[in-house]
Design a protein around this ligand. Structure first.
Ligand code: AMP
Length: 419
């Protein structure tokens, strides 16, 4: 039989790496919940139309979507991102506004896999639906910022831009289109052909042809209407008040069509430029209506879990450490004592593990080393007969060497050693 492997662009995340994921998600959950965001779980697949409505002109929707017909003939797609699902859910459930939610989970895009770019990748994110207040933009951006900061990442930047709204964007779009039409021959193949679909995308293109052709392109920031200009100024003022450093990047248009006003991205100075975005987001004040709901503003972001952990590795911050247990129970009497002692230790709040299958002493101590435990609890025939256990330091640093204590005093001894 041919060897079965995970599909190209996907991978298994196993311990100890998975412990870093769990810690990152837990940290994000605490951060989001503390700011009034509740967990939202939406389906991993939706009607194709949910995603088509949000980004018909984008690569993500046009070229990278995993879409399929189910056995009932429905045309569905694995989600390439979460915002569209959350907005669909809002329209369907109509929770009270503002509706502030956070999420974690996988997304699927048929991209060329490489380091930091997968076909199934995981995002943390949040969405705040129901307010157009610029201070909400500051809250949302500030929450992502505080997560990076709490993780000890120091080489994360923040780029922001404003894309205007349906008052000032159409005029700007025309201006940009006229500018680019005059330079159509200089653009890359894709943007030459698809210029009319969304001329803004040429600004975001990383190909040298497009970058050169758009150097002097008109900038949306110079053509904002008065309310959009005031909104952007208020966002910047808020970020400065919170001490969040940022740079204005007038080329930042981002991948999906639905953004209005504030857009932002968090590049990491520690990663290769092709995969350096640790996250991004923006306002989508027209999206709810475009998807068939009542006019309702919203803003959100998505952060890539794989990218954040890569940045942790690249910056060498502590979050890169593994998980592991506190105590490993080595039982040389057949396993029944290990069964009972690990259960007692866990009930007392310790992370405890053991070996199974009555392995040799050597194999059990090897497993204890691999487990990352600082202490081993050893139960041999002598201890079992005397109603005692031996506690042994595995790492150095826990004071006290090896001692034998009454089984009833094991909890005290572990507490004394591990604090
Ligand atoms: P986007 O919706 O494309 O702005 O993605 C938001 C964040 O998700 C990005 O900033 C990345 O951190 C991450 N991301 C997007 N696509 C991928 C991918 N194919 N593989 C890994 N991470 C990704």
């Amino acid at each position: 039989m041919p060897e079965l492997r995970a599909p190209i662009g996907t991978r298994d995340v196993v311990a100890p790496e998975s412990a870093r994921w769990a810690r990152l998600v837990a940290r994000f959950a605490v951060t989001a919940e503390a700011a009034g965001y509740g967990l939202v779980l939406t389906p991993l697949f939706e009607d194709l139309a949910v995603f088509q409505r949000v980004g018909e002109a984008t690569d993500i929707v046009r070229k990278e979507m995993y879409d399929f017909e189910d056995k009932g003939g429905r045309h569905l797609a694995l989600r390439p991102e979460v915002t569209a699902s959350v907005v669909r859910s809002y329209i369907q459930l109509r929770p009270t506004l503002p509706w502030k939610s956070w999420y974690v989970g996988p997304n699927f895009r048929y991209e060329s896999p490489q380091a930091g770019r997968y076909r199934q990748f995981y995002q943390l994110g949040l969405e705040a639906i129901g307010s157009a207040d610029a201070d909400l933009d500051v809250e949302v951006i500030g929450l992502a910022w505080s997560l990076y900061d709490a993780m000890g990442l120091r080489q994360v930047g923040l780029s922001i831009n404003s894309l205007g709204d349906d008052v000032c964007r159409p005029g700007y779009r025309e201006l940009l289109l006229r500018f680019l039409e005059a330079r159509r021959a200089e653009l890359c193949d894709e943007h030459r052909i698809r210029l009319e679909d969304n001329p803004l995308r040429a600004l975001d293109c990383k190909k040298p042809e497009c970058m050169a052709a758009t150097v002097d392109a008109p900038r949306q920031l110079d053509h904002l209407c008065e309310p959009c200009g005031a909104h952007f100024a208020r966002v910047r003022e808020g970020l400065m008040a919170l001490g969040v450093p940022h740079t204005v990047d007038t080329r930042l248009v981002r991948g999906l069509d639905y953004y209005t006003r504030t857009t932002f991205e968090f590049p990491s100075g520690a990663l290769d430029s092709a995969q350096n975005a640790l996250g991004g987001g923006g306002r989508y004040d027209g999206l709810v209506e475009a998807m068939g709901g009542p006019p309702t503003p919203g803003i959100g972001f998505a952060l890539g879990i794989e990218r954040i952990l890569l940045a942790c590795d690249a910056e060498g911050v502590a979050e890169a450490g593994g998980g592991g247990v506190d105590v490993f129970v080595v039982d040389l009497t057949g396993g029944g004592a290990a069964r009972d002692v690990t259960f007692e230790l866990r009930a007392a709040g310790w992370r405890a593990d053991r070996a199974f299958d009555a392995r040799s002493a050597k194999a059990q101590f090897k497993a204890a080393d691999r487990s990352g435990a600082r202490l081993a609890v050893v139960i041999g025939p002598d201890e079992a007969a005397a109603g005692t256990v031996s506690v042994k330091d595995l790492r150095g640093g826990a004071p006290g060497g090896q001692v034998t204590v009454a089984r009833a005093h094991l909890g005290d001894e572990v507490r004394r050693r591990l604090g």
